[in-house]
Design a protein around this ligand. Sequence first.
Ligand code: SF4
Length: 322
Amino acid sequence: MQWIRLKEEALAAGGCRVVGRLPEHAVADSTAGPGAGGRGAVFFSIGQGRVRLPIADEAPLTLVAYPDGRGVLHCGGEEIEGRIEPVGLHCPRQAFITVSPVCRYRCRYCSVPLREGRRRSIEECVDLVSKVRARIDAIALTSGILESIEEESDYVCQVVRALTEFGLPIGVSIFPAADTPERLHALGVREVKFNLETSTPALFEQHCPGLPYDGVLDALASSVTLFGRGRVFSNVIVGLGESWDELSGCIDLLVGMGVVPVLRPLNPVAGCIGYGRPGTVLLDRAARHLQARLREAGFDGGGALTMCGACTGCDIAPWRDL
Ligand code: SF4
């Protein structure tokens, strides 16, 4: 089976059953975003390709794990051999920390507001990175919104300042305040990801009540000027009820701005329980449309050092998977 087929099948399946014995550091906890909660996930890789597989006993795929890092994925009647990667924090090769695993907003696709988390202190964040330093190349930060967009941005900037002591590239993905791009850039952050999440302003209003769509767009535009094309990313969830024209239009809009869209298959949790996962045909079509647009525009996420652009576990990333 081709890698792209395997990854599309795995993403559409939404997880795998694990049998055998996993190697050390193989299970990633997830405390932020649409994948928050659950029993954790493992990362299955072949060559440059990597897919994140949430562990779920009822899943249609089975991963046979060996303590030396080998893994055999049973998918579509085939047995495919690959590697099970160790994680730093949340994903391989990175310490990806959720600074405030809580949120006062109620985006419908996200289960973070349903969890009872507490903000991590700056010392805790430094300590977390120290513990995994030997197996990471980058640091990434994300966060819910504990008090306000501005207060969270202030706090994350303080965390960034403390983490610069590690001398690793840092990426940040938070809901941006007006001055967030400038402040992060001034602190030496290498990449940012501000998530548009939905394909249209109307879907944003429906799924992210109370949050400003234009605030994200403005932050993305100013970030491209500061960080450069290929260093600014934005998640767009596939499967929230958007039409093909709306999804492709959103991809075109972002690429036209110099932003790399991260096409994230919907994980139907929280207020989206009852939605279906997007199928392989749609995921493939969207990824190929994105690849064509990025080629025309002359940039992509292939140089990403941090966050999802570097990890690529949850999405079809054309620069790695096609
Ligand atoms: S692609 Fe992004 S959200 Fe998914 S595991 Fe990797 S870093 Fe986490």
